[in-house]
Design a protein around this ligand. Sequence first.
Ligand SMILES: Nc1ncnc2c1ncn2[C@@H]1O[C@H](COP(=O)(O)OP(=O)(O)OP(=O)(O)O)[C@@H](O)[C@H]1O
Length: 308
Amino acid sequence: MYHFLINPNSSSGKGIRYWQIIEKELEVQNISYTADFTQYEGHATELAEEICRKYKGIKNIVVLGGDGTLNEVINGIDNYDEVFLGYIPSGSSNDLARSLKISKKPLKALSNVLKPNKFTYLDYGEITYHKKEAKSRKFICSSGTGYDASVCVEVQSSELKKKLNRFGAGKFVYLALAIKQLFKVDFLNSTILIDGIKKDHFKNVLLISGMIHPFEGGGLMMAPGADPRDGKLNVCLVHGMPQAIVMLLLPTIIFGKHIKLKTVKYFKCSSIEIISDREAAIHTDGETPAFSSHISIRCIPKKIRMIL
Ligand SMILES: Nc1ncnc2c1ncn2[C@@H]1O[C@H](COP(=O)(O)OP(=O)(O)OP(=O)(O)O)[C@@H](O)[C@H]1O
């Protein structure tokens, strides 16, 4: 049995168009399935929880949507040992599909889910952010604080994503708003604790990202060489960069060359705690659950059994 979770509005309606194609194919192949449509933010988490409650034992959960929907689904799965996770990308940025080389053609992605070549155990990340109380959220690709999270906040409230999606160019919204945000960069002073042992302090921090996969923001290669099966976070910390030079950072991130810059600290670890001198936006897979000055990010190794 396959349980499809579909965000019909992903990439401004691509989700529903893809589902119509998939549904026909499932009928042709006489596949038994359930299909649930997300209707609002957080709904995919509730639907995944419901499937896990209702269908005990091994099951296939197939997500049709973007990275945000996938993020919500992994936050709703309680027992990863019982789930094979399939993915049919229909989002604007599709950073997970880019990393795992999952086809963006719906029928090809479906055929892979129905006749998997293999499955792989993927790491996922968890961010804990402290406000009045501590809250945690899992992520599949990337999470962090600072400039890139501020870009995500603007993407969430922007009409530009919808407009660009109409031309199939939704992934460029991150790039466009990243350029706009460059003009109002607000730096942080942050103390970091790596793996609970190594303490360091950085002034004028632009961003700190904890990455499981190489990409965020629709193909920006924040963590070149990141391996989602190595049980490690790849941390990218940009600091002490004059505002005028920040402009030049973006083109280097597109090609993953930023890690060679003196102002970029790039390393692997299992966990990182970050305490900053003020609250800043945080992001998980492009969604922005909160503002916080105290966050911890860790890698949970090889938990997600992903159909490839
Ligand atoms: N029916 C719906 N209408 C509007 N928003 C929805 C609906 N269902 C889910 N959402 C919200 O939309 C968010 C983004 O969706 P999703 O990630 O699938 O597409 P996307 O934003 O186009 O792609 P990407 O995340 O790859 O950029 C989800 O995290 C969820 O909060």
